[in-house]
Design a protein around this ligand. Structure first.
Ligand SMILES: Cc1cc2nc3c(=O)[nH]c(=O)nc-3n(C[C@H](O)[C@H](O)[C@H](O)COP(=O)(O)OP(=O)(O)OC[C@H]3O[C@@H](n4cnc5c(N)ncnc54)[C@H](O)[C@@H]3O)c2cc1C
Length: 310
């Protein structure tokens, strides 16, 4: 069920007919079905949502959604959109933290284009003391993403970190490498459809890997971000941090916009740092479909919202 639902929604996420239909209705009003997971289509909407979250004691990272860009023009436009986002973040005085994907910045065009575009963002980001997280996409991009990350790290950019996926069999080596470099890691379970040779398929194996890697990051990492909504893992991570006497400001939890807001609030109340990933922009469909695939009950939620709008 776990892998099966993911696979179906992953396939549907590439349907242009569904995308057109969803895009027309999904964010039409604040109660439309995608509004629970997407902060809106504009920078202004994302800043407004972030300001609301920060008022509740949460931290934020903003993601201008987009992926699988094919042309040089689109990749340059995506980089410039991020530069505009940085300006807006600084002007609004909210957390200086953004997340992005390398397929949005032209990794499918060529390595140099992607590095140039990333540098276009990292330059103003470091001037503004803004942290840039590189999301991790599906496994054909793992090595290329890490290579580009290390290229920029070797050029002395330090305001940048990566996400690593616990479901990949290779990830323990990658965590050790990042710890050795002194780089900041966001640990996630992994959201894509992957072959068994590359990734664990059973939830219990993914969860076991996640806890093992979270412990490695807490022991040897550099301000790691533990990104999950899984209450069992959250409890286990909290217990481990307490057992090791780790201060609450040595790591952070991260969760997605609109998901397990109850847990976000209870962690803040317990004194933990919790960062919410705030996705926005017109290209929200693939992101939205991954969220449905993670929890088929979300489909019922979407259908209920659609019926309520009739
Ligand atoms: C901040 C952040 C950044 C991320 N960045 C990346 C990335 O760069 N690359 C990548 O591959 N993946 C990324 N992910 C997604 C991640 O890989 C998982 O797919 C996602 O977090 C669901 O896994 P989980 O750890 O919450 O555990 P699960 O076992 O999937 O879920 C545990 C519980 O969380 C709740 N839950 C989980 N997902 C949903 C949902 N969609 N809707 C409603 N409730 C839900 C449910 O209560 C569920 O029982 C990110 C996740 C977060 C939180």
């Amino acid at each position: 069920m776990y892998a099966g639902a993911k696979a179906i929604f992953y396939a549907l996420s590439h349907s242009s007919v569904l995308k057109r239909l969803a895009s027309r209705h999904g964010l039409a009003t604040p109660s439309s079905f995608a509004s629970r997971f997407i902060a809106g289509e504009t920078i202004e909407a994302a800043i407004e949502a972030s300001t609301r979250l920060q008022a509740q004691g949460l931290l934020v990272t903003l993601d201008h959604l987009g992926e699988r860009v094919r042309t040089l023009e689109e990749s340059t436009a995506a980089a410039l959109n991020y530069v505009r986002l940085l300006d807006a973040i600084v002007a609004a005085g909210i957390d200086r933290n953004i997340s992005l994907k390398l397929t949005q910045l032209g990794i499918d065009i060529d390595h140099a284009t992607c590095v140039d575009n990333l540098r276009r963002i990292l330059e103003p980001a470091s001037r503004h003391d803004c942290f840039v997280r590189i999301d991790m996409e599906n496994s054909p991009y793992t090595v290329r993403t890490l290579t580009i990350f290390e290229t920029l790290w070797q050029q002395d950019y330090r305001n940048v970190g990566v996400a690593l996926q616990a479901y990949l069999r290779r990830t323990e080596d990658d965590v050790r490498r990042m710890n050795e470099l002194g780089a900041r890691v966001r640990l996630v379970k992994g959201a894509y459809k992957e072959p068994a040779a590359t990734a664990y398929k059973d939830k219990k194996d993914v969860d076991a890997a996640f806890l093992r890697l979270a412990q490695l990051l807490l022991d040897e990492g550099h301000y790691p971000a533990i990104a999950t909504h899984d209450p069992v893992l959250l409890d286990a991570v909290r217990a481990y941090a307490t057992e090791r006497g780790l201060a609450q400001n040595r790591f952070e939890f991260q969760m997605l916009y609109g998901i397990r807001r109850d847990l976000q609030a209870s962690l803040v109340a317990a004194g933990f740092r919790v960062r919410v990933y705030v996705p926005f922009g017109r290209e929200w469909f693939p992101y939205f479909m991954r969220r449905l695939g993670e929890r088929p009950a979300n489909v019922a939620f979407v259908l209920r919202s659609l019926l309520a709008e009739r």
